[in-house]
Design a binder for this molecule. Structure first.
Ligand code: NAP
Length: 349
């Protein structure tokens, strides 16, 4: 605990004129543990678990006690300085959490205010972007229901206009984004083909409800998708991997298909030649869910309600692959970077 910080009361006039001074105001400034990235690089080397002051809510913000924080691939990229957002150093990583509002005791989920900050005992949230957590939902599920499910819902429904009965191909189906997309695709009535790396991950995709699963580290998914769809191809392809996976996806996309660009975990940003897009009559659809917070914030609330409804109906349930203590954040981030996790990894302070 950091305590006893003194504020105000100091003389700034050089002490020349006598005056009556109020006794210095002393406030208790509670501390907390928070992971902080001090320089950009390998998370295990550039992060430390520091004792810092609790953040103070500004106008429109609430202080929450973090009950669970979900890990995401962008946490790794941000620490490495390879993400589109570059918070000023030092910063506390973590972009998604379930917490309890200190003033009211209400459980909420969402992102910390103004950027990362979830890998700590307390965080600030914007009050109008702190979404209520249904009573029956665990802290771990709530900490996993925001980023990947919002992205999946907006990506599949808003950006790709997925229809019941269509063929949906989800790449990296056992990852955080992929597990959400499989469940959301099935909930939308799509026929889901998932790819994943290795037997453990393909088994998970099957458990999640995928109709067909391909180990794309040992099999060429292109002819398999063509065969499964009777030559039609995939109507929607949801691609968080990029690189060679994106290139191959262009070969098995359907007439009027939508290839959703979600991320580049392979490390290579691919390109689609415009003549290929024309000749095969498909769309390459960009997805940057975070921009909806700026351009269409009402949609986030509508999607949250829909996700809670799907959860209550049993149509979706985040796969929490691992729950770890807050102190193990670097190990968890290393596992994500090394392709070693399934579903979501959740940290508990
Ligand atoms: N567009 C948006 O708005 C948005 C929102 C959220 C996240 N994202 C992006 O979505 C992607 C996935 O995020 P996530 O949190 O779901 O990550 P994740 O849980 O770690 O899943 C990513 C998966 O990518 C696969 N992968 C393939 N090549 C890889 C490599 N070289 N290194 C690591 N993984 C590799 C792995 O599955 P296999 O082993 O089965 O191949 C891994 O499980 C990230 O690029 C993230 O930035 C985008």
């Amino acid at each position: 605990m950091l305590a006893g910080k003194v504020a105000g009361g100091g003389s700034t006039d050089g002490g020349a004129s006598p005056r009556v001074t109020a006794p210095p105001r002393v406030w208790q400034c509670p501390g907390m543990r928070a992971w902080r990235v001090h320089s950009l690089g390998d998370p295990a080397e550039v992060m430390s678990l520091d004792e810092v002051e609790q953040p103070r809510p500004g106008p429109g913000q609430v202080l929450v006690e973090v009950l669970a924080a979900g890990l995401n691939f962008p946490d790794v990229l941000m620490a490495q300085g390879q993400y589109q957002e570059r918070p000023p150093l030092p910063f506390t990583p973590g972009v998604e959490l379930c917490g309890e509002i200190v003033d009211t005791g209400q459980r909420v989920l969402g992102s910390p205010a103004g950027g990362p900050g979830a890998f700590a005992e307390y965080a600030l949230m914007d009050a109008d972007a702190a979404w209520p957590v249904p009573e029956e939902m665990s802290d771990e599920h709530a900490a996993s229901l925001y980023l990947t499910y919002q992205t999946g819902y907006v990506g599949l429904h808003r950006r790709a206009a997925l229809q019941a009965g269509e063929w949906l191909l989800v790449h990296a189906g056992a990852g955080g984004v992929g597990t959400a997309a499989i469940q959301l695709g099935k909930a939308a009535g799509a026929k889901v083909i998932a790819t994943a790396g290795g037997a453990r991950k393909t088994a998970i995709c099957t458990q999640l409800g995928a109709d067909h699963v391909i180990d794309y580290t040992s099999e060429d998914f292109v002819p398999i998708v063509k065969e499964l769809t009777g030559g039609h191809g995939a109507d929607v392809i949801y691609d968080p991997v990029g690189g060679d996976v994106f290139d191959a996806s262009r070969k098995c996309i359907a007439f009027e298909g939508r290839l959703v660009v979600v991320g580049f975990t392979s490390g290579r940003i691919p390109a689609a030649p415009a003549n290929h897009v024309l000749v095969k009559n498909y769309s390459v659809v960009g997805l940057h869910w975070g921009l909806y917070r700026k351009h269409d914030p009402a949609r986030i609330g509508m999607v949250h309600e829909e996700l809670c409804r799907l959860f209550a109906d049993g149509a979706i349930e985040p796969l929490v692959g691992q729950v770890l203590p807050l102190a193990e954040a670097p190990q968890a981030m290393a596992a994500i970077a090394d392709r070693g996790t399934v579903g979501k990894v959740v940290l508990k302070p």
